[in-house]
Design a protein around this ligand. Structure first.
Ligand code: KG4
Ligand code: ZN
Length: 355
C-alpha cells in the first residue's frame, strides 16, 4: 500500500491530495483563485504565484486532515513539474521540495498534461488502465492550455497525433465569454448562457475539419484551430446593432459558439479513433466538464469503443491526478533530485508513465 501526496500549482488552482495506490482518492483539496483573477479578465501569472504561496500550507493541511494521515504516513511527494505558468509552477515545486527534504520522502516530478489523462483512471476508471482490451487508447485533453490528441498503446508507448495550432478550446471559450462581457472563467459561463439556446441559429466556422470545402493538409488532419471561431464571434458581435443584442440573441450566440467548439472536438476525435482503430476514448481536462461535449461524445462514440469521460471533479486542475499519476513514477522509482526544475512547455511525449 502506497500513499502519495500530490501538489498542484500550474495555473490558478492551489491543490493538494492524498491518493492510495494510484486510484483511491482519500482527499482532494483545491483552493481556487478565480475570484482574484476575474477582475483582470484572465490569469495573471505573478498574482497566481503570490496566491499559491499563501494557499499551499492550508491546502496541504486540509488534504492531510481529510485523509486522516500525517506526513509520516506519506510514501512520496509528487508535484506538477510542468507545463504551466512558470512563476506559479515554481512556487509549488519549491514547496514540494521543502516538504520532501524536510520529511525525508522521495520527490516525484509529474507532467501536468499526462496527469490530466490519468485523471480518467482515478477511482471508478482504474480498471480501464489495466485492461489490455482497452488499447489502443485515444486521449483528448481539452483545457485552458491544451487541446491535444494522444494515442497510447498497451505497452505505454504514446504518440501525439495533433494539437491546437493557435488557441486551446478552453481559451476559445474564455475569450468568447470576455468578448460577450460575461466574465471569467468562460467555459462554465458560456455553458450556462447557452442553456436553452438554438445551436443552429448562427453559423460559426469549423476550422481544420474540411467543412468549408477546403481540402485538409495531411499535417492538419488531427490538429485543431480555434482562433478563427473567436474572430468570427468578434465580427458577429460587431455586426449586430446593440439594440438587437437581446437576452435571446446572447443565448443563441453562446449556444451556436459552444456548438462549433464541441462539433470540432468530437468530429476530429472520432476521425482519429476510426483511422487508428482505437478501442477506448478518454476525454479529460477542464473543458471535459462541459455538458454539451459530454452529451455529444456519449451520443456519437460507436458502441465497440469504450468511452471514458473523466469524472467532473477530476477534470479541472486538481492534485489527485498528480498524486495518482505520481504513484506510477513511485512504483518505477522514477525519483527527482533536489535540483529538479519546472518546465513551461509540453515536451514531446513518447511514453506514458502509468503503463
Ligand atoms: O484543466 P483546467 O482547470 O486548467 C488548465 O490546465 O488549463 O481547465 C480550465 C479550462 C478553462 O478554460 C475553463 O473555461 C474550462 O476549462 N472549463 C470549461 C468548463 N469548466 C471549465 N469549459 C467548458 N465547460 C465547462 N463546464
Ligand atoms: Zn490543467
Amino acid at each position: 500500500m502506497s500513499l502519495i501526496l500530490g501538489i498542484e500549482s500550474s495555473c490558478d488552482e492551489t491543490a493538494a491530495s492524498v491518493v492510495l495506490d494510484g486510484c483511491k482518492v482519500l482527499s482532494n483539496a483545491v483552493a481556487s483563485q478565480i475570484a482574484k483573477h476575474a477582475a483582470h479578465g484572465g490569469v495573471v501569472p505573478e498574482l497566481a504565484a503570490r496566491e499559491h504561496l499563501t494557499a499551499l500550507e492550508p491546502v496541504l493541511q486540509e488534504a492531510l486532515s481529510v485523509a486522516d494521515v500525517t506526513m509520516k504516513d506519506i510514501d512520496a511527494v509528487a508535484v506538477t513539474q510542468g507545463p504551466g505558468l512558470m512563476p506559479a509552477l515554481l512556487v509549488g515545486l519549491n514547496f514540494a521540495k521543502g516538504l520532501a527534504l524536510g520529511n525525508r520522502k522521495p520527490l516525484i516530478g509529474v507532467n501536468h498534461f499526462l496527469a490530466h489523462i490519468y485523471a480518467a483512471f482515478l477511482e471508478s476508471g482504474n480498471n480501464v488502465l489495466t485492461d489490455p482490451g482497452a488499447y489502443p487508447l485515444l486521449a483528448l485533453v481539452v483545457s485552458g492550455g491544451h487541446t491535444s490528441l494522444l494515442l497510447i498503446d498497451k505497452d505505454g508507448n504514446a504518440r501525439q497525433l495533433g494539437c491546437t495550432i493557435d488557441d486551446a478550446a478552453g481559451e476559445a471559450l474564455d475569450k468568447a465569454s470576455k468578448l460577450l462581457g460575461l466574465g471569467y472563467p468562460g467555459g462554465p459561463i458560456i455553458q450556462r448562457t447557452a442553456e436553452g439556446g438554438d445551436i443552429r441559429k448562427f453559423n460559426f466556422p469549423r476550422p481544420l475539419t474540411g467543412a468549408a470545402g477546403k481540402p485538409l493538409a495531411p499535417e492538419n488532419l488531427y490538429n485543431f484551430s480555434f482562433s478563427g471561431i473567436k474572430t468570427a464571434l468578434l465580427y458577429h458581435v460587431r455586426n449586430t446593432p446593440e439594440m438587437d443584442r437581446t437576452p435571446e440573441w446572447l443565448r443563441d450566440t453562446a449556444a451556436s459558439y459552444q456548438e462549433a467548439v464541441v462539433d470540432v472536438l468530437v468530429r476530429k476525435t472520432l476521425s482519429a479513433a476510426k483511422a487508428f482503430g482505437v478501442r477506448s476514448i478518454v476525454v479529460s481536462g477542464g473543458v471535459a466538464c462541459n455538458s454539451a461535449l459530454r452529451e455529444r461524445f456519449t451520443e456519437c462514440v460507436p458502441k465497440h469503443i469504450g468511452l471514458h469521460l473523466t469524472e467532473r471533479k477530476f477534470c479541472t486542475d486538481n492534485a489527485a491526478m498528480v498524486a495518482g499519476c505520481g504513484y506510477h513514477y513511485f512504483k518505477k522509482e522514477l525519483f527527482a533530485g533536489a535540483d529538479m526544475d519546472s518546465f513551461a512547455r509540453l515536451p514531446q511525449i513518447t511514453k506514458v508513465p502509468f503503463l
